[in-house]
Every structure is written in structure tokens, then in C-alpha cells.
Design a protein around this ligand. Sequence first.
Ligand SMILES: [Zn+2]
Length: 385
Amino acid sequence: MGVRAAIEHLAALVAFDTVSNQSNLSIIDHIEKFLAPMGYACQRLPNSNGSKASLVATLPAANGETHLDGFIFSGHTDVVPVEGQPWDTDPFTLTLKGELVFGRGTCDMKGFLACLLAQAPLWAANRPGRPITLAFTYDEEIGCLSAPELGQYAWAAGFRPQLFVVGEPTMMEVVDAHKGIRSYETTVIGLEAHSSNTHLGVNAVAIASELVVGLNELAEKYRTIGDSSGRFSPPFSTIHVGVMHGGTARNIIPRECKFLWEIRPLPQHNPDEILEEFNIYVERALKKMHAVDATTSITTTPVTVVYDLKPDASMAALPRALRCAGSNATHAVSYGTEGGIFQRAGFPVIICGPGSIEQAHKPNEFVAVAQLAQCLDFLHTLTSS
Ligand SMILES: [Zn+2]
């Protein structure tokens, strides 16, 4: 019965086109209209132009407690685009095939949201001993943009849950560690000249290439000082250059070259230290550039910050979460989530949700009905005293 309700909710949620470049207000309206009449106190956190909002919905415990010692369950409402992907079904129409349900967001991560909505009336009808807070964010897929505000709001409002569960797809395993993401744009400004006069120009493409080689050297170094716990795949911090643009014509010494790159650090590696190591290459290049022309420059600006999730053995509710997930060990993953941001805000965070990251962001994204059932069971047992 519970899983049928979850599938019905999932069908409704998938039908909202909440690709990150769209407003999420209609899905937030839908969720709030469902939760508020049952006694969930709803608070919206809109973005600066009012086109999107997060939602925090709290059900008080049986004794009236709203903030202390409860549970926060959180998920993002946005999904990644479907353009250019060969889907066999309409990505915004939930399609059941055997034991799998297909649609954009089924696994990442409207499946979890649907489980929360399916469980919500049961919590409302039979108040648990602890307050339950459901949190819905936006713009996760384009850099976890709303999570910092939500985390700060919830902490400042006095929420002190025993556990903060982010329901990204983990096949319902308890994840207590993940890598972070720092991405940067580096711009090299050189000096244009006719290509026959190489001594008069500063070739921005050539300088940028040296910096990219430097990043590759750092990547190799971090590959050798990986994580010995065996929990991460790959078991080292990665550094990668994804995009590079420079120059205008073959016979012009290029003035400008830009490249986009990222660090995905293990929790024990500080990305700021890696950035400092990169800056040694930058200083070396600048010395050469300034010898030709003092106006040349190299600037690196941060684009994305997704904090890593650090394992926290002191989390009192961790054994309970493991027991309810039917697991005896925590896991680590290499993808980033909003969990690290919520942990930085002060919360005891785990990642645990239905479906596999293998299906996320792909055409024919699906979640297994059995995973939804397992999630409902987890939500129920975790919150039953
Ligand atoms: Zn996600």
C-alpha cells in the first residue's frame, strides 16, 4: 500500500519539468498544499528574484517539540536536462515497466521525495516521539546553490536534529563520506602580435597549456597519496581540466585563453592547499610573461564549491540509521551532494536514498519499486521510537 502511494506521488513529481533552468515554484506549491493541511508548518526560502524557493516543512512531535532531537529529511527538487538524450519513453511521464519506474528524476532524486510524501500522512496521523522536518531545495544540479541558505536558516532557527538525512541515491546504503568539488575558471591574458614576431607577443594558449600540464603533474602527485581505507573509488583526490578556449586565428599570437578545471578532494585533502600548489606554476608563468609585458595576467576565479562530507563517528544516531537500513557498515562515494554543506552548517549528516547513482543524469533513468519500498521502511523504522 505504501509503495503504491509513493509511485503515485512520484508520477506527480516527475510530471513537473523542474530542470534547473526552470522555476520550481509549481512543485513547491504542490508539496506545500499536500503537507500544510496535515499539520506541517511550512516555511519558504525564496531566491533573490522570487523565481524559485526552498521549502522547510515541520511536523511537531507528539509532545509538541518542533526543533530538538528529531529528524530532517532533505532532497533537491531540480533535475538535469534531457536534451540530446535518447529516451525510450517521455522523460516527464512516469512509466512503469515490470519492477522499474522510468522518468527524469526517478532516482535523482524525486523517488526519495515521493517516499517522504507517501510517509507524511502516516507521520501526521500517528505523531512520532520526535519532530520530523522535510526540506526541499533547488539548484542542486547546478552547484548546490540553495543548500547554504537552507542550512544556515535551519541552524539559526534552532533545529538540532539527531540526524539529517540527504536522500540522494545510495541503494539505501548509509553513506557518511564523500568527496567535495571545487571548480575554477583560469583566464590567461597575453599580448597579441603577428605570428611571425613571436618575441613581441605573449602567447596565452602556450601559457595556459603550461598551466594545464602543471595541473596534470599535481593530479599525478595526488594519485600517489590516495586514501588507504579502500572506501573511495577512485581512492585519491582528482584534478581535471574539462574545457579550454583560446586564440582567434592561426597567424595571430593569442591574447586570451581560458580553461575550466576542477578538484575533487578526498575529505582529508584541503583543496585550498592544492590551489596554492597550482599558484606556484602561475607565479612561474607570470615571471616570463611580465618580462615581455607588464599588463599580461593570469586570474583564477572559483566557480563551484561543494563541500566534502567528512565521516563523523561521534554521530549518536549513526548505529540506529545503520540498523534501520539493514546494514552494518557505512560507505563512501565519489559524487558530491548537499550533505557536506549541511554538515558545515552544523548538522549530523548521512546520505541515504533509493536508487543507484549509475542511473542518475542518464537517458531512461529509473528507480526500482523495491528501492522505494525499502526507503519507506527505512523512514518508518528510523522515526519509530
Ligand atoms: Zn541529486
